[in-house]
Design a protein around this ligand. Structure first.
Ligand SMILES: [Zn+2]
Ligand SMILES: [Zn+2]
Length: 236
């Protein structure tokens, strides 16, 4: 029923604000998230990625032991998918998050171990940023995975906070990165199997830190799902 209402709303919104492809900005049907041409370009074969860390196999970071157990990724953070992920942050076009979430959801449905997960957790955004943007892009992906798989979205497992601790020994860049940190939301996650999701895996450190927190709260298994991953070298 909720899905039907949601579809009806999207249809009505489309009459006033036509639906656009997040990659090339062309008009697309109200019930689509991306145009066919762009989809063919952004979608990467699942075998290209390391199933444990979510990086391209040649740049696997498993040796530095990410705290999450396995990973799933849809695209590379470059070209059209980079444009789409930036548009999700800057122009409120959430289609790429929905597209990526739906794709991840369909893939997860085929994996018996991932389907044992009993909750989906989005990497949080600081509340002031969420207030300004109106949404957290990781939430969009989480909800979309949930609507395909039926696995519920869990709230308040992790909190992103702003800390003012003295950091004068750090360089400017490190300082900017260290102003925000993740802490536990205080929930008991004993024995839980969770899917953690975010928009981009870069070094894996954000996903890793969040997975660590979930495990400190008792989670047994944490799978990481992301819309895109970065890579150093482009092929061809
Ligand atoms: Zn397009
Ligand atoms: Zn790996």
């Amino acid at each position: 029923m909720m899905k039907l209402i949601m579809k009806l709303c999207l249809f009505c919104i489309d009459i006033v604000y036509p639906n656009r492809c997040p990659c090339c900005n062309c008009f697309i049907e109200w019930n689509r998230y991306i145009c066919d041409e762009c989809e063919a370009e952004v979608k990467v074969d699942a075998d290209v990625f390391c199933r444990s860390c979510g990086k391209v196999k040649q740049e696997c970071i498993c040796a530095v032991l990410p705290a999450y157990d396995r990973a799933a990724v849809v695209s590379f953070y470059e070209g059209k998918s980079k444009t789409a992920l930036i548009s999700m942050k800057e122009s409120s076009n959430r289609n790429f998050g929905r597209y990526a979430g739906e794709n991840l959801g369909k893939w997860i449905e085929q994996q018996p171990d991932w389907m044992e997960a009993d909750g989906i957790v989005a990497v949080p955004m600081h509340w002031t940023k969420k207030l300004l943007r109106g949404y957290n892009q990781a939430d969009v992906i989480a909800k979309s995975i949930s609507s395909v798989t039926g696995i519920p979205v869990e709230k308040k497992c992790i909190i992103k906070r702003y800390s003012r601790k003295a950091q004068h020994k750090l360089g400017a860049k490190e300082r900017a990165e260290n102003v925000y940190s993740f802490i536990s939301g205080g929930r008991d996650l004993e024995g839980r199997k969770l899917i953690l999701c975010d928009d981009i895996i870069t070094t894996g450190s954000t996903m890793s830190r969040c997975a660590e927190i979930l495990k400190e709260c008792g989670a047994d298994v944490v799978y990481a799902a992301a819309a895109a991953t970065t890579r150093r070298k482009r092929e061809g």
